[in-house]
Design a protein around this ligand. Structure first.
Ligand SMILES: Nc1nc2c(ncn2[C@@H]2O[C@H](COP(=O)(O)OP(=O)(O)OP(=O)(O)O)[C@@H](O)[C@H]2O)c(=O)[nH]1
Ligand SMILES: C=C(OP(=O)(O)O)C(=O)O
Length: 222
């Protein structure tokens, strides 16, 4: 059963959050030099901390992971995500496919897309973003660099049309989605693509999966 919570207008259905996870062999290429042989483990760990934080968020009823890779599929299912296959037609096709599954699972629930690379994500900060998003047909959270997007969501009954990839902030704005960038949600906005992003996330405080892999990366080679 989806969790519900009380608000001024009575109990609302919880969000279904769709998280896309790339096949590991192609994942986190910008961290390849920093992570070396730990790149795949780091990608799974970052996705695990993102999914665990989303599942712990009061306004989230369920997480649908879209991936074509059995390794993150197993790890994220073990955390409680519902995993579906990737249609292998790019990021937005993967998200739309997850959105269709979201409607099958909970037709009356709001649907959001969340990047899988938010290792510092705090459930309470995601909750702030979801509470704000509920007031708009379509809304999104820009990434910390204000170029990309970390979250895009729609109200029940509104077509789910994510436009992620590259300069997606401008595309979401042009499509009429409301930009949400309140103070106090840095961990929703900090997507980790580069070593500098990872350093910033470590400073904010990452989840235990990412912490463990980063500790291994720091160990001197035998
Ligand atoms: N399921 C799925 N997820 C994808 C796909 N492309 C990207 N993603 C996910 O979308 C988010 C943003 O991905 P990117 O920044 O393009 O890739 P990345 O692996 O994080 O990093 P780079 O390799 O450095 O570009 C991450 O959560 C990825 O796992 C895809 O084709 N299918
Ligand atoms: C896919 C995106 O981001 P990145 O490639 O920076 O993870 C995006 O911001 O739409």
């Amino acid at each position: 059963m989806p969790r519900t919570h009380s608000g001024e207008i009575g109990p609302l259905p919880g969000w279904t959050i769709v998280v896309p996870v790339k096949t590991l062999i192609a994942a986190k290429t910008r961290l390849a030099a920093a992570a070396g042989p730990h790149r795949g483990a780091l990608a799974v760990a970052i996705a695990s901390d993102t999914v665990a934080a989303a599942l712990a968020c009061p306004r989230v009823a369920r997480v649908v992971v879209v991936t074509g890779d059995p390794v993150p599929a197993r790890a994220l299912a073990a955390l409680g995500a519902h995993v579906v296959p990737d249609p292998q037609a790019g990021l937005n096709a993967a998200l739309r496919s997850g959105g269709e599954e979201a409607l099958r699972l909970a037709p009356g629930a709001p649907v959001g897309a969340l990047q899988a690379d938010l290792p510092a994500l705090r459930p309470a900060e995601l909750d702030v973003a979801l509470a704000a998003a509920a007031d708009f047909d379509q809304a999104f959270v820009p990434d910390a660099a204000e170029v990309g997007t970390t979250f895009y969501g729609v109200r029940p009954g509104v077509a789910f049309r994510p436009r992620f990839g590259g300069e997606s902030r401008a595309r979401h704005l042009a499509a009429g989605a409301k930009e949400l960038a309140p103070d106090g949600i840095p961990t929703v906005r900090l997507d980790v693509d580069t070593p500098a992003d990872l350093a910033q996330a470590l400073a904010l405080g990452v989840g235990p999966h990412t912490r463990a892999v980063v500790n291994t990366m720091k160990e001197p080679s035998p």
